[in-house]
Design a protein around this ligand. Structure first.
Ligand code: GDP
Ligand code: MG
Length: 141
């Protein structure tokens, strides 16, 4: 399997819960490396641009409000099959459906406040990484 990069966001609810370290630990234990990291408080426009793909959905407004409600930790994760591996670690979007032991099962409260974001394809990952990071801010291992 190829070494990939994916974008992860630890969302405002998980930052508020003091769970940054616990979540980063899960990535590292699964063999993913943190190749870039920054803490940001997104503006509503930052959040709206990032989630533009969901613009037409009924939950878009709530999603933008939530994502700009407090600081987040944005990282680039790197490793073999990083995109799918991260999605597996995250669990289902709705924590009620998330498998036991996944990040969302353990840290998420609701479908809105669901602890983490992760890119869903190679194409999305490339776009999402470039939304937050320049090439000189990403460190290959
Ligand atoms: P993800 O890739 O698992 O994060 O899920 P999506 O890309 O489908 O949706 C992006 C984010 O929008 C999710 O993580 C949720 O926080 C939120 N979201 C998705 N579906 C719903 C919904 O039906 N209702 C609400 N309120 N939020 C949703
Ligand atoms: Mg998604």
């Amino acid at each position: 399997m190829a070494v990939e990069r994916t974008l992860s966001i630890i969302k405002p609810d998980a930052v508020q819960k003091n769970a940054i370290g616990a979540i980063l630990g899960r990535f590292e234990k699964a063999g993913l490396r943190i190749a870039a990291a920054k803490m940001l408080h997104l503006s509503r426009d930052d959040a709206g641009g990032f989630y533009a793909v969901h613009q037409a959905r009924s939950f878009y407004g709530e999603l933008c409000d939530f994502m700009s409600s407090g600081p987040v930790l944005v990282t680039v994760l790197e490793g073999e099959g990083a995109i799918a591996k991260n999605r597996d670690l995250m669990g289902a979007t709705n924590p009620k459906d998330a498998a036991a032991g996944t990040i969302r099962a353990d840290f998420a409260d609701s479908i809105d406040a669901n602890a983490v974001h992760g890119s869903d394809s190679a194409e999305t990952a490339a776009w999402e990484i470039s939304y937050f990071f320049g090439q000189r801010e990403i460190f290959a291992h």
